[in-house]
Ligand binder design. Structure first.
Ligand code: AMP
Length: 587
C-alpha cells in the first residue's frame, strides 16, 4: 500500500498522484486528508503556500463530490486571480481520472459572461476570488446555495486585502450545514474570529511548529547606509548570477523606481504593483514564469498570488511594517522541498526589527557582508567561464565559421580566451574596480573605516579568503562544505569561517598563518577523480579585513613552487596558463 493509499484516497486520485510523481504526502496532506475523508467536519489548518495544501483540501473534496451531478458542490475562495488559476489548474490535474468533474475559475479582469457560460455548463467545483464571486452572485450567474464544501484559502491574505465583508456576504448565500475548511499561514485575530463565527467545532491542525518552510529558508541580513540600498541590491544580484528572485519594496512608487533602475542598469527585472493594469501584470508574471524576468520587484499586495516554486532568493529591499508580512515574503522561496534564501537589506537603526522577526519566526538571521567589488568580479568571471563551457554549440553557426576564423586568425588560444571573457567581464570590472565597501558597521562607525572589521563573522585583519572549485552543484551547502574542509584539513570548527557557497564554486576564510598548509594540502588534490582546487581569492572576503591581505603572500609564495593554475595572478593572464587540466571545472 502506498502512503497515499493509506490516507484513504481512491484509485482515480491515486492514478493522478502517480502521474504527477508525488511520492510521499506532505505534512499538511498527512494531517488533513484522512480527517476530511472520514469525518464530516470543519477544519482550520495553519499552513503556508508551498506545503502542498491545495492537495490537502483538493483530494478530499474531489473524492467526496458527486461528479454525476452538475450541481455546484464545492466553493474555494482565494485572494488573487493568480492563486485562483493556480488552484484550478492543480485541481484539474488531480481530477484527471474523475469522469465528468468540472472545475471552473472565476476572477476579476476577465470576461464575466464567458465565466458565467462555463458555470452554466456545470461546474461541481468553483474556485473564485471574493470580489468576482460576489459580483456573480449579485447577477445570478452562479448558484452556491447547495454547496457541501467551502474552502477559505489563504484566509489571512484575504482579510489583509479587505475581503471580510465580501466573504461574509458570500457565505450568507451558502447552506448552514456545509463544511468549511479554512487554510491560513498565520492566525491573526481576524482569522480566528472568522473561524469562530462561521465554523462549528473545527478540527485544528498546524503544520510545523515554526513558520512552515522554515527549515528550507535561510535568513540573512546585510547592513548598509540608507543611501546604499540600491547599490547593495545590485551587488546581491551580481554576486548570485543565477538568481531568480522577488524583490519586495514597501510602496508602489519604490517598486516602480527600483524596477526601472534595474532595467536601466541592464538587469532582467520587472515591476508588479497595483497601479499597473491587469494586462501589464499578466505580461510581467508570464515573463517571470518563463524566467525572462530574473528579478520581480513587487509590493506585498501584488505579490500575493505569486505561486512559482523555484524562486531562489527573496530580497527585502525594505523591511515590511508587519512582521507577519515578512513571513509571507520569505515563504515565497524554499518551496516544494527546495532550499531558498531570504535576504534583508537594513540600515543600522533597523537592527532591532531583525531581532523581533527572529523571535517571531523562531529562526536566527545570519549577518552577511556584501561582497566587495573584486569578489563580484571573480564570481562573474567564473560564472562566465562555466557558462561558456556549458553552452551547447549551435549548429547553425557552422556556415559562418570560415568567416569568423578569418577574422580571428593569428590569435592563439590563450589570447582568444582572454579576449572572449573580457567582452563581458570588462563591464563588471570597470564598474566594480571603482566601488567602495558598502557594509555599515554595527558599532556605529561609518563604513570604510578600520573598525568595520569589528563585528560578526568578518574575517580578522590576518585572515585569508580562498576560492575553491566546488559548490552547490556538487551537493555542498555552507555547512557541509565547512565539514568537508575541516575533515580534509583536520582543523577545528572555528578555524574555517565565512564559508559562502555558490553554484559551482565557493569561498572560505582561515587565519593567514595556515595558508601555506591549506594550499599545500590542496595541491593535486582529487575527490572522486576530480581535482579540487583551492586558491587565495583576490577578493577581501566581503570585508575590509582583506585590506592588509598578509595572506596573499602565502598564496604568492605557494604559487612559485606549487605551479600557477590561478586566476589570482590576475589580469596578466593567469586564467589559463597551465591550469587547463586542473581547472577543468571552469571550462
Ligand atoms: P501548494 O502548497 O498546494 O501550492 O503546493 C506546492 C507545490 O507542491 C505544487 O506544485 C504541488 O503540485 C506540489 N505538491 C503538492 N503535494 C506534493 C507531494 N506530496 N509531493 C510532491 N509535490 C507536491
Amino acid at each position: 500500500m502506498t502512503k497515499f493509499e493509506a490516507l484513504g484516497l481512491a484509485q482515480p486520485l491515486l492514478d493522478a498522484i502517480s502521474d504527477l510523481g508525488f511520492e510521499t504526502p506532505s505534512e499538511v496532506q498527512e494531517k488533513s486528508i484522512p480527517v476530511l475523508l472520514e469525518k464530516d467536519t470543519d477544519l482550520v489548518a495553519l499552513a503556508q503556500t508551498g506545503t502542498g495544501k491545495t492537495a490537502a483540501f483538493g483530494f478530499p473534496m474531489i473524492q467526496k463530490i458527486n461528479a454525476d451531478s452538475r450541481t455546484t458542490q464545492g466553493l474555494i475562495l482565494s485572494p488573487t486571480r493568480e492563486l485562483c488559476l493556480q488552484i484550478t489548474n492543480e485541481l484539474k490535474l488531480y481530477s484527471k481520472y474523475v469522469k465528468g468533474l468540472n472545475v471552473v475559475a472565476i476572477y476579476g479582469g476577465a470576461s464575466i459572461t464567458e465565466q458565467a457560460k462555463q458555470i452554466k455548463r456545470g461546474a461541481q467545483i468553483v474556485v473564485a476570488t471574493p470580489g468576482r464571486m460576489k459580483d456573480m452572485i449579485g447577477r445570478n450567474m452562479v448558484d452556491i446555495s447547495k454547496i457541501d464544501y467551502c474552502v477559505l484559502d489563504e484566509a489571512d491574505e484575504m482579510l489583509n486585502m479587505g475581503f471580510y465583508e465580501d466573504i461574509k456576504d458570500i457565505l450568507s448565500n451558502t447552506p448552514e450545514e456545509k463544511l468549511t475548511w479554512l487554510f491560513s499561514a498565520t492566525m491573526p485575530k481576524e482569522v480566528a474570529s472568522i473561524a469562530k463565527k462561521f465554523m462549528h467545532q473545527p478540527v485544528e491542525i498546524t503544520v510545523g511548529t515554526k513558520n512552515a518552510g522554515a527549515a528550507t529558508v535561510q535568513h540573512e541580513f546585510y547592513m548598509v547606509g540608507g543611501r546604499d540600498r540600491y547599490a547593495a541590491l545590485k551587488r546581491l544580484a551580481d554576486a548570485n548570477p543565477g538568481i531568480f528572485s522577488v524583490v519586495f519594496c514597501r510602496t508602489k512608487r519604490d517598486t516602480q523606481r527600483v524596477a526601472e533602475k534595474l532595467i536601466e542598469d541592464g538587469y532582467n527585472a520587472g515591476a508588479l504593483h497595483g497601479d499597473l493594469s491587469q494586462n501589464q501584470r499578466d505580461l510581467v508574471m508570464n515573463a517571470f514564469r518563463k524566467k525572462q524576468v530574473q528579478m520581480l520587484v513587487a509590493t506585498d499586495v501584488a505579490a500575493r498570488g505569486i505561486d512559482v516554486d523555484d524562486i531562489t532568493h527573496v530580497i527585502n529591499y525594505q523591511l515590511p511594517d508587519e512582521i507577519e508580512t515578512y513571513t509571507h515574503r520569505s515563504g515565497r522561496t524554499g518551496r516544494a522541498g527546495k532550499s531558498g534564501i531570504s535576504m534583508v537589506i537594513i540600515t543600522r537603526s533597523e537592527l532591532r526589527k531583525i531581532k523581533s522577526i527572529e523571535s517571531k519566526i523562531k529562526q536566527e538571521f545570519i549577518q552577511k557582508q556584501l561582497p566587495s567589488g573584486i569578489e563580484i568580479c571573480e564570481i562573474q568571471l567564473y560564472h562566465l567561464a562555466n557558462k561558456i563551457k556549458e553552452t551547447k554549440v549551435n549548429k547553425d553557426i557552422d556556415a559562418y565559421l570560415p568567416a569568423i576564423y578569418d577574422v580571428l586568425e593569428g590569435i592563439d588560444r590563450e589570447e582568444l580566451i582572454k579576449k572572449m571573457v573580457s567582452v563581458e567581464f570588462s563591464q563588471f570590472f570597470n564598474y566594480y574596480s571603482k566601488t567602495k565597501d558598502l557594509n555599515s558597521s554595527e558599532s556605529g562607525k561609518e563604513r570604510g573605516g578600520r573598525d568595520d572589521a569589528g563585528y560578526g563573522d568578518i574575517p580578522n585583519e590576518g585572515s585569508v579568503r580562498y576560492f575553491i572549485n566546488i559548490g552547490e552543484r556538487d551537493g555542498y551547502d555552507w555547512m557541509s562544505l565547512k565539514d568537508f574542509l575541516r575533515d580534509t584539513l583536520n582543523l577545528e570548527k572555528e578555524d574555517i569561517f565565512n564559508v559562502d557557497t555558490k553554484d559551482s564554486f565557493s569561498f572560505f576564510n582561515t587565519e593567514a598563518n595556515i595558508t601555506e598548509f591549506i594550499l599545500q594540502t590542496f595541491t593535486d588534490f582529487k575527490v572522486d577523480g576530480r581535482f579540487v582546487n583551492v586558491e587565495v581569492s583576490k577578493s577581501p572576503g566581503g570585508s575590509k579585513g582583506g585590506k592588509k591581505r598578509s595572506g596573499r603572500k602565502g598564496g604568492g609564495g605557494r604559487r612559485k613552487d606549487g605551479g600557477n593554475k590561478s586566476f589570482k595572478s590576475g589580469k596578466k593572464g593567469g586564467f589559463n596558463k597551465k591550469g587547463g587540466k586542473k581547472r577543468s571545472g571552469f571550462y
